[in-house]
Design a protein around this ligand. Sequence first.
Ligand code: BES
Ligand code: MN
Ligand code: MN
Length: 460
Amino acid sequence: MSTISTLSEEEKSKYLEELFEFLRLPSVSADSKFSKYMNSTANWLSNELLKSGCDSTKVYETNGHPIVYGEKIINPSFPTILVYGHYDVQPPDPLELWNSPPFEPTIKKTDIHPEGAIFARGACDDKGQVFMHVKAFEQLIKKKKLNCNVKFMIEGEEEVGSENLEKFLVDNKSKLGADVILISDTGLSSLDNPTLTVGLRGLSYMEIKLTGPNRDLHSGTYGGTLANPINTLSEIISSLIDGKGKIVIPGFYEDVVEIEKSKRDIIEQKSKFNDQKFKDSLGLSEVKGEEGYSTLERKSIRPTLDVNGIWGGYIGEGSKTVIPSEAHAKISMRLVPNQNWEKISELFKNHILSIAPDTVSVEVSTHHGGNPYVTPENFKGYEAAINAYKDSFGKEPIPQKDGGSIPIVPMFESILGIKTVLMGFGLDSDAIHSPNENFGVKNFFIGIETIQNFYKHFGN
Ligand code: BES
Ligand code: MN
Ligand code: MN
């Protein structure tokens, strides 16, 4: 790889120290215990943006966690880049599986990152990647090379569905005017053969509650005489996917855009995706999924349905003989173009209600969702990204769709009318949302270079 960092050794260690300050703030959005840290993190970030060269910054209160905004307008006739990211992180649980505390960042060498990786909750998703943008911007100002206007909008609710950001977009449409949205909150395949993310899946997140008898019952006195809600829930769930890996909800695939096999084959070849490596990285001897599609396709261009959690009955120590009164499950579906999350949530709900037997009562509720997104390949932002990767990696990136979701991205297009470029620098092995989340030090510094290169190409 031909990458040469333009940062001095002093700058590199200073930037890591500053990132560590950011990572030490436990900005967990899902858990109200952490809410005071949401405010302190937003204030810290706002101050960093000011120090790095923004003309002004502001912390906007919302009905949830605050949004950090900052801007530098060098010339209204120049192109404007709106940088989006999130300072909130996932809960660190289960804590006992971390090799070092989640909010005490530390650098350790690993097989994948012989130069070292930063271990902390949020190191990759998304504080480390947000901070690359702050530092790239600071560098451009320092070198007098800033050639675009810049707006930063960093929210604190991405991991819980971005519900208040939608209102913020509607209320601040003109303030947020820009020529492109630039986001680093995804990954690439490897630093040697980088991919550029050109799509995100949508998401529909549902919950089911089944109620059977009006109280928990002795499983001897009553066992065999009535439907056990957990058994019934298991039957319902296992009926949702057939033997070929297809989701059986009527209408589920109706809007799915099928990609021609010949096009899929080209993508597969270019990607250098390796099933064996994939299995090894997860400690699996076999994979499973929708028939007729490769693992790469299953994790990017195909919709899915997964149980995220299931509970009910007795789960404490030892055993307790009981037929539970209730059973619960949280189920998410990943969606692809042109599925609509509200329509899919409705189809899911109707299907569950229609198949549930009369032996139980059923409630189906919607948590949150978002639509899929595809970056168009024929606009200036995309070209600038391709050229930026060429400059920093010495080769052209391979366009690839990512399996994750960032629900606000399609709203940047529908509300603000602005297209998004996804320039992420994480690796699948970074363990985002898991214990021991980490981010390669090299990835962090290449990110800072590539972002500066993006400005160079986009501003010209
Ligand atoms: N940064 C991720 C999304 C992501 C990860 C995209 C990896 C592509 C590759 C984001 O923070 C995230 O976790 N999104 C959630 C959705 C949200 C509504 C909770 C997701 O994808 O589960
Ligand atoms: Mn993220
Ligand atoms: Mn996340």
